[in-house]
Design a protein around this ligand. Structure first.
Ligand code: ZN
Length: 157
């Protein structure tokens, strides 16, 4: 006898609710000013999840020299993050990437790989589940201004 596979049910508080999961994909376009331009995109993401009561939103930036993370978005911490990245992947270090493409952004790639290109945030009662001082930020790590495309994928109901 062949087994039929049930579609993955959506679970809310341990109960099975609707079997249908809705998916919505959109984007946020951001023009950055170059290295260590950190942009708060929380409100942009919030606007795109408004119709979902429960679920998850994934926020992903295309490209290997930018990152998405969460942080308390304030000037001091933006500077601290830049300083920490400078210690981890210093500007004046020797990067093999420069030899390969005659690029100057070896540190940008390394820093982006460490921070990661995406985050996933839960949605509960039409709201992003974020701490009071937790914003979703795009971190530009390239050595020049870039046009960034941030893909927002919402799944839920
Ligand atoms: Zn490069």
């Amino acid at each position: 006898m062949r087994k039929t596979v049930d579609p993955t049910p959506f679970i809310v508080k341990g109960m099975l609710s609707e079997r249908k999961i809705h998916c919505w994909i959109g984007e946020i376009l951001v023009r950055t000013k170059g290295e260590m331009d950190v942009i708060d995109i929380t409100d942009e993401v919030r606007r795109r999840i408004e119709e979902f009561e429960y679920g998850l939103v994934n926020v992903f930036v295309e490209g290997s020299t930018a990152a998405i993370t969460t942080m308390e978005y304030e000037e001091g911490l933006v500077k601290d993050l830049g300083d920490a990245l400078e210690r981890l992947a210093p500007s004046d270090a020797d990067y093999k990437h420069h030899l390969r493409w005659n690029d100057d952004n070896g540190r940008s790639h390394v820093r982006a790989a460490m921070l990661g290109p995406s985050i996933t945030v839960p949605i509960r009662r039409y709201q992003l589940v974020l701490g009071r001082w937790q914003q979703i930020v795009l971190v530009e790590l390239d050595t020049r201004p870039r046009d960034r495309r941030v893909i927002v994928t919402v799944m839920g109901k």
